[in-house]
Design a protein around this ligand. Sequence first.
Ligand code: GDP
Ligand code: MG
Length: 163
Amino acid sequence: MKPVIALVGRPNVGKSTLFNRLTRSRDALVADLPGLTRDRHYGEGRIGERPFLVIDTGGFEPVAKNGIMHEMAKQTKQAVAEADAVIFIVDGRQGLTPHDKTITDFLRKSGRPVMLVVNKAEGMKYTTVTADFYELGLGDPYVISAAHGDGVHDLVEESLDIA
Ligand code: GDP
Ligand code: MG
């Protein structure tokens, strides 16, 4: 079985950008994965000789008012339950938000290995872009630029190591 990595984070942090980079395709949907739910985006990636599956949880960003947070939580929960490791993405330009804290609490309860990743870090100093996020208690953040590719290779290798 290929390890499954879930990309989790609030809307607009760059999950889909990272997903597209990892799968190198905009339609890398995996057609037939027994046991995996179909209402999220699955793709296949490869780092060197190591293949993996990646789930983009971007299909359920808030578009309507009723129960949307509940729905997001439900769907993220399913993705996390299927994952061997979670890449939890936050936005280094926007900084820490209450929603990030809610997601952190949920991920902690899930018991899955989590990597905290600060995206949009291109051109920024590590200490500056990460300072906000230590209070989440998830250790030293990884910094990446999903858009430019900085840090992505090492991030994925590390997440496969803990998966
Ligand atoms: P998602 O909602 O988490 O899937 O986020 P998207 O992947 O759709 O990205 C949201 C916005 O952030 C888009 O405008 C992206 O172009 C932008 N974005 C994503 N990654 C980066 C990055 O590494 N650097 C910068 N500056 N912008 C990024
Ligand atoms: Mg998305």
